[in-house]
Design a protein around this ligand. Structure first.
Ligand SMILES: Nc1ncnc2c1ncn2[C@@H]1O[C@H](COP(=O)(O)OP(=O)(O)OP(=O)(O)O)[C@@H](O)[C@H]1O
Ligand SMILES: [Mg+2]
Length: 531
C-alpha cells in the first residue's frame, strides 16, 4: 500500500480503538479472524450480560458523541440557581432548615440589573425586612449582563417536567454563557453576583441596634449572645452640631475606610478602624455613633462590658457580630479598669458608685479587651468599626488608645458658633439672623455650654417664641445666659462636694493611720512587758 494509504488506515484504526472500544477489532483487523475470536465472546455476553449494560454503554457512547457535536452547534452552558425550600435535608438530629441564600442574593443582584435595563415585565415582592420591595424579573424574562467584557444572560424560569408541563411554583434563575468562560463565571462572576446581592439585601433591610446578653446565662438553651431592636435614630451628619472642618475630616475618613477593601487586603490588615470619642457629657458622642451608623448603613453592636464575665465571653461576642457593623463601648473608663494607673486606683462599678468591686475575679481584663480590638480574633470577619467613648480620656491606658488601635481620636467639645448654626437650623429652621446670631455667638464664646445644653435652651425658646425666628433668638440669648449661670453654680457645688468628700476621706485615712499606729504601739508594749 502506498505510504499515504497506510497512514490513513493507521489513523482510522487509532480513531476506532479510541471511540469504538472492543468493537474496534471488527473493523480494524482482518474481519474473519476477528470474528472467530469475538463471536463466542459476544454470544456469551449477549446471553448472560444484562441488557442494561449494553444500553448503558451505547448511551454513554452516544452522549459523548452528541455532546461534542452540540459544543460545535451550541457552545453555551447554563447554570440554574434554584429557589430554596424544595428539598428537606435531614441530619441525624432531624430536618435541617435550608439556609442557602444564593437564590435571594442572585435575585437582589438582578433586581438592580433589571432596573438598569428598563425591563418591562417585573415582579415585586416585599423585602423580608423593612418597607422596601425586591423587584425581579417575571418568568420567561431575560436580563443581559457583562462581566470583564464577557456577555452573560439571566432568565427567570419555572421548574418543568420532561413533557414541558409546569411543575409547582419553584423557580430558577438561569445563567447562560459561552462554555469558554466557565472558569471565569464559576470562580469570579458568581461570587461577585453573590457579594453584590448580599449588599443590596443588606441595604434594603432595617438597621439594627444590638446589645449583648448576660454571659452568665450562656448555658441556657435559648441563649443568644446578642439581642436587637430596629435602629431608627434620625441623626445624620447634617444634623450633628460640631466644627465643620472636623466633621468633613470624619466623613472623609469613613468614606476612605468603606472603599478600601482592596487596600486592606493588599496591606495584609484586617478591615477595621477604631475611633475614640472623648469630651464632656452632652457633647454628642453617642449622637456621633448614630450619625456614623446612618451614614455608613451599618448595624450597631453596643457592648455592655459589665455583663461580660471573661475574656473568652468577650471573644465569643466578637465572633457573633456581623460585617458592616459598628462595635461601641460607651464610657469605657467607667465599665472596665482600663486606666493608666491600674495598680493604684480602686476598681469602680459601672454606675460609678460604691467602692466595692463586685465583678468576679475572672472578669474582662485590659489584655482581653486589646485582643478584642486587634488580636487574631478581630480579623475573623471584615468591615468593622470599633468606637470607644469616654468623658475622661486622660484616665485611659495609653496601650488601649494608641494610634493603630484607635486610629482617630475625636474630641467632642463645647458648642461654639458653627455648631450652633447647625442646631439653629435643626430646631428653629433658620440659617442666619445677622445681629441676633452674632449675639448668640458672643454668649457661646464666653460660656462653656454643651450642644445638649444649647439644644435644651433652643427647645425652651421655640416653645416661648412660638417658632418665630427673632423672638425665639431673643429668648434663646436669655436662656443661654441663665443656663450658663446655673451650670456654673452646679459645677461650683459639685466641686465643693468633691473637695469635702476628699477632705473627709483624707481625715478618715489619717484617723485610721493614727489608730493603726496606736494599736501597733499597744501590741509592741504588750509584747515588751510579756518579755
Ligand atoms: N453635637 C451634637 N449635635 C446635635 N445634638 C447634640 C449634640 N450633642 C448633644 N446633642 C443633643 O444632646 C443629647 C445628648 O447627647 P449625647 O448623648 O450624644 O451626649 P454624650 O456626649 O454621649 O453624653 P455622655 O457623655 O453623657 O454619654 C442628644 O440626644 C442630642 O439631642
Ligand atoms: Mg453618650
Amino acid at each position: 500500500m502506498a505510504e499515504p494509504g497506510k497512514r490513513a488506515v493507521a489513523q482510522w484504526r487509532r480513531w476506532a480503538l479510541a471511540n469504538l472500544g472492543p468493537f474496534a477489532a471488527l473493523f480494524t483487523t482482518n474481519f474473519g479472524s476477528a470474528w472467530l475470536i469475538l463471536a463466542p465472546v459476544v454470544s456469551l455476553v449477549a446471553t448472560y450480560a444484562p441488557r442494561r449494560l449494553f444500553r448503558t454503554y451505547f448511551n454513554l457512547f452516544l452522549r459523548r458523541r452528541s455532546r461534542r457535536l452540540l459544543n460545535v452547534v451550541d457552545p453555551y452552558v447554563t447554570i440554574d440557581i434554584s429557589e430554596p425550600g424544595g428539598e428537606v435535608r435531614y441530619s441525624r438530629y432531624g430536618p435541617v432548615s435550608d439556609n442557602d441564600s444564593t437564590y435571594e442574593e442572585v435575585k437582589a443582584y438582578l433586581s438592580g440589573a433589571a432596573r438598569e435595563q428598563d425591563a418591562r415585565e417585573l415582579r415585586a415582592e416585599g423585602a423580608r425586612e423593612g418597607n422596601g420591595l425586591v423587584v425581579s424579573m417575571r418568568d420567561g424574562q431575560d436580563v443581559a449582563d457583562e462581566f470583564r467584557g464577557v456577555p452573560l444572560w439571566w432568565s427567570s424560569v419555572v421548574a418543568r417536567d420532561v413533557q414541558g408541563q409546569r411543575k409547582g411554583d419553584r423557580r430558577f434563575q438561569r445563567l447562560t454563557f459561552h462554555l469558554s468562560h466557565r472558569a471565569l463565571v464559576v470562580d469570579e462572576y458568581l461570587p461577585h453576583v453573590r457579594r453584590q446581592g448580599r449588599e443590596i439585601l443588606f441595604s434594603n433591610r432595617r438597621r439594627r441596634l444590638y446589645t449583648n446578653s448576660k454571659s452568665r446565662d450562656s448555658y441556657s438553651y435559648e441563649y443568644k449572645s446578642w439581642s436587637y431592636i430596629d435602629f431608627d435614630h434620625p441623626t445624620t451628619f447634617d444634623t450633628l452640631a460640631m466644627d465643620r472642618a472636623k466633621k468633613r475630616d470624619i466623613i472623609h475618613d469613613l468614606d476612605t475606610f468603606r472603599n478600601s477593601r482592596e487596600f486592606y487586603r493588599r496591606a495584609g490588615k484586617p478591615w477595621k478602624r477604631g475611633y475614640l470619642l472623648y469630651g464632656p457629657p452632652g457633647t454628642g458622642k453617642s449622637t456621633m455613633v448614630a450619625a456614623m451608623a446612618n451614614y455608613l448603613d451599618y448595624d450597631i453592636y453596643d457592648v455592655e462590658l459589665t455583663v461580660v464575665h471573661t475574656n473568652s465571653d468577650l471573644r465569643k461576642l466578637l465572633i457573633d457580630t456581623t460585617s458592616k457593623s459598628i462595635i461601641v463601648i460607651e464610657d469605657i473608663d467607667c465599665t472596665l479598669d482600663v486606666t493608666g494607673d491600674r495598680a493604684g486606683r480602686p476598681r469602680r462599678r459601672a454606675n460609678g458608685g460604691g467602692d466595692a468591686d463586685d465583678r468576679p475575679r475572672d472578669s474582662v481584663t485590659l489584655s482581653g479587651l486589646l485582643n478584642f480590638i486587634d488580636g487574631l480574633w478581630s480579623a475573623c470577619t471584615g468591615e468593622r468599626i470599633v468606637v470607644f467613648t469616654t468623658n475622661h480620656v486622660e484616665r485611659l491606658d495609653p496601650a488601649l488608645i494608641r494610634r493603630g488601635r484607635m486610629d482617630m481620636h475625636i474630641e467632642m467639645s463645647y458648642c461654639r458658633f458653627e455648631a450652633f448654626q447647625t442646631l439653629a437650623k435643626n430646631y428653629l429652621d433658620i440659617d442666619d439672623h445677622d445681629d441676633l446670631f452674632a449675639a448668640v455667638g458672643e454668649v457661646l464664646r464666653e460660656e462653656n455650654l454643651t450642644p445638649a445644653d444649647v439644644a435644651e435652651c433652643l427647645m425652651a425658646a421655640r416653645r416661648a417664641g412660638s417658632g418665630e425666628p427673632s423672638p425665639c433668638l431673643q429668648i434663646l440669648i436669655d436662656e443661654l445666659k441663665k443656663r450658663a449661670v446655673e451650670k456654673a453654680k452646679a459645677e461650683a457645688e459639685a466641686k465643693a462636694r468633691a473637695e469635702a468628700q476628699a477632705k473627709a476621706w483624707a481625715e478618715a485615712e489619717a484617723r485610721a493611720a493614727v489608730e493603726a499606729n496606736a494599736a501597733a504601739r499597744d501590741r509592741a508594749m504588750a509584747t515588751h512587758s510579756n518579755v
